[in-house]
Design a protein around this ligand. Structure first.
Ligand code: D5M
Ligand code: FE
Ligand code: ZN
Length: 516
């Protein structure tokens, strides 16, 4: 008797919850709730249903059986991607609203037509000067940096006085626990010292300084032309409210397909395409598909040829033309009302050094002949329905991983957004020269993040992650390639086949799992 009372109570609670939130229950869903209550499975289900409903662009009148089923399933699975669950086959007619919504794309910057470097020594001097000037301007926009003085003046300040200067970090060394940094502006250079006994916050900041970044150092002028650091200031991005679209309209953020690789997960990608066409997914998932207007591919569309030693063993297509042919055959199947935007990565057919021009037209031809695509360079900045996106492949994430203490290949599932945050803090997409990321000495440093994006999208590390930072949504899009032998050796477990879908109206991400 008591048991039945408890069952009725949870059932009543769930039904009340639905009604007070303004939803009705159809007969099927009522029956299911009853069943769940009877089996002690109703706890938290309605919370989950209502939470999922919040991410819908428009509220439905009824809570249907499939909405409840999905909530139950995701509670059982419990992972952070579970809000999507298995995609079921859908029966009803698919009416893509996005077909009637005109696309609003504005390319704000694309390096493709600004490539001019010759690679000589003068080029590099000019390049780093451009970097210094552009980022120190961003630093000077900060109240706490306005009073920074040139390094040569700091060197002439009386001993034991406080000084503050901006410089590019030209060396980082550690000896017996003391960190020595060298910073340089347009006409002088100084050594910064952080002793092992320094304040913990200063130590922590010093350990996160990245080679060749532009930074402001506060400290005390000491003997022998040293500055003992008391603080490090990054340009960072201001906390603000991002721009959003007026309509509920979606963009799929993808990267790292690696078409041509043995490890490219073609079935998952086919499932993604079927979902776009309304042939996969439950009510809510199909609703999102119907409003999907843009697909962005942030590099590594193909696996390429000769990118790493013995690559042939890992390829199903050893000819780069065939790889792009295969890419074209897949991209062609994307409904024509969806705009596809593609930038290159380090596996694509264009120059390797950053900034990269768009994928070479000769190779991209089968794609551009098969449907309309927007081919941009890396990095690219664009506006989609009022939302400003910075899209870069993210190769220098490898440099961040090798230089800062908190981010490792092994813990990327928790730290990939933190790794991307470094770029925003230092306002540069590839700080370190001469490590993993080749950089071409353009006259203007096109890798400076001069305006603050609403969304920052990258890939490369093959791990899905997203986080909002001071108003900017950071997204790493994971991959469509399963673990390669090299990644296994590094301890990198890729998250493949899960597409982060961006709602441009709310800047929220719905991860959609196409692996099952
Ligand atoms: O890079 C995918 C991931 O694998 C990225 O985190 C770098 C890592 N990776 C792959 N190959 C190498 C080599 N040769 N050295 C270091 N790290 C590597 P992708 O660009 O897709 O190959
Ligand atoms: Fe990749
Ligand atoms: Zn890559």
């Amino acid at each position: 008797m008591e048991d039945r009372d408890a069952t009725n109570l949870t059932l009543k609670k769930a039904i009340d919850q639905a009604f007070t939130s303004g939803f009705q229950l159809d007969k099927d869903s009522f029956n299911l709730l009853q069943e769940l209550a009877h089996n002690d499975q109703l706890e938290n289900v309605m919370d989950k249903v209502l939470l999922n409903l919040k991410t819908l662009p428009e509220n439905p009148l009824f809570i249907t059986r499939s909405m409840i089923e999905r909530a139950v399933q995701s509670l059982v699975e419990g992972s952070h991607e579970s809000s999507v669950g298995t995609i079921e086959g859908g029966g009803e007619a698919f009416n893509p609203l996005a077909k009637d919504i005109p696309s609003e794309i504005k390319v704000l910057s694309d390096p493709t037509d600004h490539i001019s470097s010759t690679g000589d020594l003068n080029g590099f001097i000019q390049y780093f000067q451009s970097r210094f000037i552009r980022i120190s301007q961003l630093l000077r926009d900060r109240l706490d940096v306005k009073d920074a003085i040139p390094i040569k003046d700091a060197l002439h300040a009386p001993i034991k006085t406080k000084v503050k200067s901006i410089g590019i970090v030209t060396s980082i060394r550690e000896r017996h626990g003391t960190i020595f940094l060298q910073i340089e502006d347009l006409d002088a250079m100084v050594t910064i010292l952080v002793s092992s006994r320094a304040d913990k916050t200063v130590r922590e900041k010093a350990e996160r300084v990245i080679l060749d970044q532009v930074i402001c150092v506060e400290g005390v002028r000491s003997q022998s032309d040293l500055i003992v650091a008391t603080n490090f200031i990054n340009p960072d991005i201001p906390d603000r409210k991002p721009n959003t679209a007026k309509k509920a309209i979606y963009a799929a953020l993808l990267s790292d397909l690696h078409i041509g690789s043995k490890y490219f997960q073609e079935p998952a990608f086919h499932k993604f395409i079927r979902w776009l066409k309304g042939r996969e997914g439950n009510y809510r998932q199909r609703e999102i598909a119907s409003r999907l207007k843009y697909i962005i591919i942030a590099g590594d569309l193909v696996d390429g040829v000769g990118i790493f030693p013995d690559q042939e063993k890992e390829l199903v297509k050893t000819d780069i033309y065939e790889q792009y042919d295969m890419a074209a055959q897949l991209i062609q199947q994307i409904p024509e009302y969806i705009d596809v935007i593609i930038i290159p990565g380090n596996h694509d057919a264009t120059r390797q050094a950053l900034p990269q021009p768009a994928i070479n037209k000769e190779y991209a031809k089968p794609i551009s002949q098969s449907r309309k695509v927007v081919m941009l360079g890396n990095p690219a900045k664009l506006r989609l329905n009022d939302v400003e996106l910075l899209v870069s492949h993210g190769r220098s994430l490898d440099d961040i991983i090798s230089s800062v203490p908190d981010v490792m290949y092994r813990n990327l599932h928790d730290t990939v957004a933190t790794a991307m945050k470094y770029f925003l803090k230092i306002r540069h997409l590839a700080p370190t020269y001469g490590n993993k990321t080749p950089i071409a000495p353009e006259i203007q440093d096109l890798l400076v993040i001069d305006s603050v994006p609403d969304v920052f999208h990258a890939g490369h590390v093959h791990v899905l992650g997203y986080e909002s930072y001071r108003g900017t949504l950071i997204v790493n899009s994971g991959s469509w390639q399963s673990q390669t032998p090299f990644q296994e050796k590094m301890g990198l477990i890729p998250s493949w086949g899960i597409a982060p879908i961006l709602n441009l109206r709310t800047l929220e991400i719905t991860p959609m799992d196409f692996t099952r």
